[in-house]
Design a protein around this ligand. Structure first.
Ligand SMILES: Nc1ncnc2c1ncn2[C@@H]1O[C@H](COP(=O)(O)OP(=O)(O)O)[C@@H](O)[C@H]1O
Ligand SMILES: [Mg+2]
Length: 584
């Protein structure tokens, strides 16, 4: 095999493969350069989602003719004055973007420093086409056309102009959040789609994120061990089907880092269904020597020196904020009930989907089959005044699944399984918190220990977690290669199908095998256990049982939403009822 040195055009082409995957990544590099040049205004123009044209004009420091030539050379950068790669505060520092983009497109670079006239250099797929004077205000303007025209392999993977436009818009938003002190405009196909004046970070974030976040957002500001976390997150009930509204920054650099995304997920665990995603804009500030930004060509991943501390700050900080807000969210849910009421169809779809997730219990699916449509409502006479209870007094049960109650200000409908599941989880949490404070989790010993057959890897997993499970009131031990012996279950559970609880727990532990902290794991496992201990949909309840459930919900934190983030109850106010009947 003979070794040869690659010609520079080919090296640039290879680098382009890493740095410029699609129009949005080229756009990101160009805007970053503008911001690094100290621009206070960045004007972006796109045609056909950037496939036909990407233009970025800035009012930054500009480049001299000599600098322009250098800028188009590989590994030429003005941003690494010394060798301290870990001290960079600029977006760029690798000196790869411009030559890479120029190697796979037709590129026009125009620039002017304060004083002399401007200059222009044109490059066609890596070859210098020409240069000459240019008329432009101080700053830089770059036009990129025919991107990937000569790179069929890349072209093949490009999506529709609409989809590419979506990605470009996302890139602009992320950088606009990172640098709220700069103004931005974005034009697409000749139409102005975004105008952002310089602003303070919270105002910028609010402007870009859904405006609904005014009502459904929680401000975050916490610090620990020299790390700081600021930003805003959405209430769990205000979630999305895609993770497209998660904006994460490390030292003002937009990242899509897996550790941070995972921490965000963990903070919402059991508040939100697995296939739903929270909304968040979070800014992590860490000392420069605690983070390495040079691990990814597009610099979207970072490496922390102490990942556990960063994760702890995020999970802990968000969790605390979410807990504090849980009361407020319940009140809002009440206000938003008529909306949920009318969107019951999508709600049912969510329910269905949630049942397909592994934590959902097989049994649950049955009541939503044809059986549940057999009328089963029962009504009982009012024996108690409704006045003093926010969730009212139970009047009956519908489809053996929903409790109907009368409150002073309206009609309340409770999803009995979702509500009860939540109560059990909160009970278990309280018991665990108590145990951590020196008390003990109440256990209910089985009169005859139960033997549960499982396959060997599942037994290994459960055995490995046995100590943690004891702390939650579940006492198990190995019983031969393919069986476990269960001696006690958490008292909070009541009567339980022990074999299916163990099977679910084993699956849970297998899935959580990642780099999660012990605490998170326990929380998740507790949710699985809670699901087993709760009243099933389809069970007939007595009026006393229903009222007991309502009363417990009223005093339990976070009882307004189930462990999958859906509401546990809705209220139809008198006013709404009157509207339904045209009385108002
Ligand atoms: N918009 C701009 N304004 C001023 N200088 C720029 C601009 N874009 C690029 N440059 C110069 O060109 C150099 C190379 O840019 P680039 O290839 O993106 O590498 P990097 O940003 O990693 O330094 C930059 O270091 C900078 O000096
Ligand atoms: Mg750059």
């Amino acid at each position: 095999m003979s070794i040869r040195r690659l010609p520079p055009e080919l090296i640039n082409r290879i680098a382009a493969g890493e740095v410029v995957e699609r129009p949005a990544s080229a756009l990101k590099e160009l805007i970053e350069n503008a911001l690094d040049a100290g621009a206070t205004k960045v004007a972006v123009r796109l045609h056909a989602g950037g496939l036909e044209l990407i233009e970025v004009a800035d009012d930054g420091c500009g480049m001299s003719q000599a600098e322009m030539r250098l800028a188009l050379e590989r590994h030429a950068t003005s941003k690494l004055p010394g060798d301290a790669i870990n001290q960079v505060t600029t977006f760029g520092f690798r000196g790869e973007a411009l030559p890479s983009i120029a190697s796979v497109s037709q590129l026009m670079l125009e620039s002017r420093i304060r004083g002399p006239d401007g200059w222009r250099i044109e490059i066609d797929h890596g070859e210098r086409l020409g240069e000459g004077p240019a008329a432009l205000p101080p700053g830089t303007r770059i036009r990129v056309e025919r991107l990937f025209d000569k790179v069929p392999a890349r072209r093949k993977f490009l999506r529709s102009p609409r989809a590419e436009y979506g990605a470009c818009l996302d890139a602009v938003k992320r950088l606009a959040m990172a640098r709220s002190d700069a103004g931005f405009t974005l034009d697409h196909d000749g139409r102005r789609v975004l105008t952002l004046q310089p602003a303070e970070p919270p105002a910028r974030v609010a402007e870009i994120l859904s405006h609904e976040l005014d009502r459904h957002g929680i401000g975050i500001d916490c610090a620990r061990d020299g790390l700081r976390l600021t930003g805003v997150i959405g209430l769990p009930t205000f979630n999305r089907g895609m993770a497209d509204q998660q904006f994460l920054f490390v030292n003002s650099r937009p990242v899509k880092d897996r550790l941070l995304v995972g921490a965000l997920r963990a903070a919402y665990r059991d508040l939100i269904a697995r296939d739903r995603h929270p909304i968040a804009a979070l800014f992590v500030e860490v000392p420069l020597d605690e983070v390495d930004v040079n691990v990814h060509p597009a610099k979207t991943e970072v490496r922390f020196r102490d990942p556990t501390a960063v994760r702890g700050l995020i999970v802990g900080g968000l969790r605390r904020a979410l807990d504090e807000e849980s009361q407020r969210s319940a009140a809002r849910e009440q206000a938003a009930a008529p909306v949920m009421w009318t969107s019951s169809e999508s709600y049912a779809r969510d329910l269905e989907r949630a049942q397909l997730t592994p934590t959902a219990v097989r049994e649950e699916q049955q009541p939503f089959g044809p059986v549940s449509f057999v009328p089963q409502g029962r009504a009982e006479a009012a024996i108690e005044p409704v006045l003093s209870y926010p969730l009212g007094v139970a009047r009956g049960q519908v489809a053996a699944t929903y409790i109907v109650a009368e409150a002073e200000d309206g009609l309340v409908i409770v999803d009995q399984h979702a509500a009860h599941e939540r109560l059990v989880l909160e009970r278990m949490r309280a018991a665990r918190a108590n145990a951590e404070g020196g008390g003990a989790v109440a256990r209910q010993a089985l009169l005859i220990p139960e033997v549960v057959e499982l396959d060997e890897p599942d037994c290994d997993r459960l055995e490995g977690a046995a100590d943690e499970l004891v702390a939650m009131g579940l006492e198990i031990e190995r019983f031969g290669p393919t069986a476990m012996l269960v001696r006690a279950v958490p008292a909070a559970l009541g009567k339980t199908d022990v074999p299916s609880l163990l099977a679910d727990l084993a699956t849970e532990i297998a899935e959580l095998g990642g780099p999660l902290s012990l605490r998170d794991k326990l929380d998740h496992v507790a949710a699985t256990i809670a699901c087993h201990g709760s009243v099933r949909a389809g069970r007939i309840l007595s009026v006393a049982e229903m009222n007991a459930l309502l009363r417990e919900m009223e005093v339990t934190p976070r009882s307004g939403q189930c462990n999958h983030g859906r509401p546990t109850w809705v209220k139809l106010g008198h006013g709404e009822i009157e509207k339904l009947f045209g009385r108002k």
